[in-house]
Ligand binder design. Structure first.
Ligand code: GUN
Length: 310
């Protein structure tokens, strides 16, 4: 069997198109476009790329994107002051602080930032109020990556109700909210992590398997029931030629790419999973574009809710 490859770029473009009329209507009504404040701290190259893509997609969709850059030497107090300024601003509808934050800000820094963001503007869905509402099944703004996965499954006609879903990874950004959203769609959900015994055996129970552990090619065909849907949330940069060759084979197109660039972006799912899965998301071009599309959708939703409540 060879898995159907789910085209995340195409699905994301459909979602982005569906957001555009709402953005135009809001702009006409409010006399200004919905506005997203993005805060980027430090010089992490991957975060820089993600933020550039978010700014570009937002601007192309008609949002006003206000990018605030702080140097890697900025203090937590300075960062929190920016968040409070955006909270107080009447012009800003959504706030996103790109994670991870520089390690120098300390271990609890990201949580303090998420605790400070006004829940009404929390387009990431990471504030305690947003998380609580999500657990209660009444989220206003749900985290972008897992809600993008739900959109993708819906648009591909993959049934969640009654399905066995296994989520590998328990992060606040993906694993935990993913489990909640699948549960709300009546899947029977298991969350696994590095201490789970027999991960491949648990994975083989899944009709829908979500890999979100941040380890390149970790999920091999042994984890997958024939015909299962496999969603790869991983974004890992591989710079070691033998690791890349172990994943893709010496004479593959991906290795030609590696030779050109000196690195590859790969998912958490091993390419050999395509031999057993029924459907599979690629990396790149799978879940990644959905995350950005859902950010645009959340920003419009936040703008509309704020306009209604004012
Ligand atoms: N870093 C990786 N994914 C995300 C995300 O969805 N939001 C934010 N703010 N940072 C991230």
């Amino acid at each position: 069997m060879s898995a159907r490859i789910i085209d995340g770029t195409f699905i994301a473009s459909q979602i982005r198109q569906s957001v555009s009329p709402g953005v135009a209507a809001f702009t006409a009504r409010a006399g200004r476009p919905p506005c997203l404040g993005i805060v980027l701290v430090g010089e992490d190259p991957a975060s820089g790329t993600y933020v550039r893509n978010k700014v570009k997609a937002g601007t192309e969709s008609g949002l006003h994107v206000d990018l605030r850059r702080l140097s890697s030497s900025a203090s937590l107090d300075e960062l929190l002051a920016v968040v409070r300024e955006l909270n107080a601003s009447d012009r800003h509808d959504g706030i996103l602080v790109q994670a991870p934050l520089p390690a120098a800000l300390g271990r609890g820094a990201a949580q303090q930032v998420f605790d400070t963001i006004d829940p009404a503007k929390d387009v990431d869905g990471f504030s305690p109020v947003s998380v609580g509402r999500l657990v209660q099944g009444r989220a206003l703004l749900a985290p972008c990556t897992p809600s993008g996965v739900i959109e993708m499954l819906d648009r591909c006609g993959i049934t969640m109700s009654g399905a066995r879903a296994v989520v590998i990874g328990r992060s606040e950004i993906v694993g935990k909210p993913m489990a909640m959203l699948l549960l709300q769609r009546d899947a029977t959900v298991t969350v696994c992590h590095s201490k789970t015994p027999d991960l491949p055996g648990v994975g083989r129970d899944a009709d829908i398997l979500v890999a979100a552990i941040g380890r390149a090619g970790f999920v091999t065909r042994d984890f997958v029931k024939p015909g299962a849907t496999v969603i790869d949330v991983g974004i890992n940069r591989v710079t070691d030629a033998s690791t890349a060759e172990g994943l893709f084979g010496a004479s593959s197109a991906r290795m030609a790419d590696f030779a050109k660039r000196g690195s590859l972006v790969v998912g958490d799912v091993h390419p050999n999973v395509a031999e057993v899965a029924g459907a599979l998301t690629p990396v790149p071009g799978g879940v990644g574009p959905l995350t950005i599309a859902m950010l645009l959708k959340n920003t419009l939703a936040a703008a509309e809710a704020r306009a209604k409540s004012s």
